[in-house]
Design a protein around this ligand. Sequence first.
Ligand SMILES: NC(=O)c1ccc[n+]([C@@H]2O[C@H](COP(=O)([O-])OP(=O)(O)OC[C@H]3O[C@@H](n4cnc5c(N)ncnc54)[C@H](OP(=O)(O)O)[C@@H]3O)[C@@H](O)[C@H]2O)c1
Length: 255
Amino acid sequence: MAQANKIALVTGGNRGLGKDMALSLARMGTDVVLTFNSNAAEADAVVSEIRALGARAAALRFDLTDITGLDGFVTQAQATIAEAFDGAERLDFLVNNAGIGRGIPLDAVTEADFDTFANVHFKGVFFLTQKVLRMMNDGGGVVFVTAAADRYNVPNYGLYASCKGAIEVFSRYVAKEYGPRGIRSNSVAPGGVATDFNGGFIRDNPGVQQMVISQTPMGRLADAHDIGGVVALLCSDDARWLTGQRLEATGGFNL
Ligand SMILES: NC(=O)c1ccc[n+]([C@@H]2O[C@H](COP(=O)([O-])OP(=O)(O)OC[C@H]3O[C@@H](n4cnc5c(N)ncnc54)[C@H](OP(=O)(O)O)[C@@H]3O)[C@@H](O)[C@H]2O)c1
């Protein structure tokens, strides 16, 4: 699966699932631009880890809720790629990973909640992808990190999962429209992983962990690499015939 001289942009690569995605890509020899929203120190540490693996890396601040700032971010990303990767002008892979989680009963969802989730999980991802596709090499790919909760229902996740479902549909349209350029588009739908996500809801609740394990045929909780490895595979030549697909990475949860 080794793959040198490719460049990937991973949003939310400073911690959680995105950090493992960035490191898994680097282990294949792919150079990585990772974004963070609030935690620059964590992002710098991941950049150092990637460099220690022998790949090149840079970190950029990026806020998915700042829709009007998207053009500025893309311009900055282009400049960063040129500076960090010997004058490169284009990239090969976009991994849309960054996200937020919060359980809100449908009846309690406010318009502000709706706008925040829609911006982070749909509108921001939609327009970032549109703009990054313009600076992507033919033969590249997009990975959308969605959620298995768009197949099964998780209590109070109606708003979150609806946005992820929208992105899953968008992923298939990207596959259709950009396939002629050799660009593939797929979504990866994780189940619960014990990260900081949703205030550490899974990480900090042994009862929730037991429930997840009891409904997981593979008999354990996921770790970040269970997801990062799938994303790296999708960004490799071994996945060159995979496009328009939804890969559910849950160990079989709730089959
Ligand atoms: N963990 C799970 O159980 C699970 C299950 C299914 C799907 N997912 C999905 O997997 C993805 C990663 O989740 P995770 O578990 O790694 O979450 P996490 O540990 O909470 O990390 C979230 C990441 O997203 C970034 N981020 C948050 N708000 C942002 C914004 N407004 N703009 C740009 N970046 C922002 C954070 O940056 P800072 O640290 O700098 O704030 C951080 O890098 C998300 O899309 C999530 O929906 C997670």
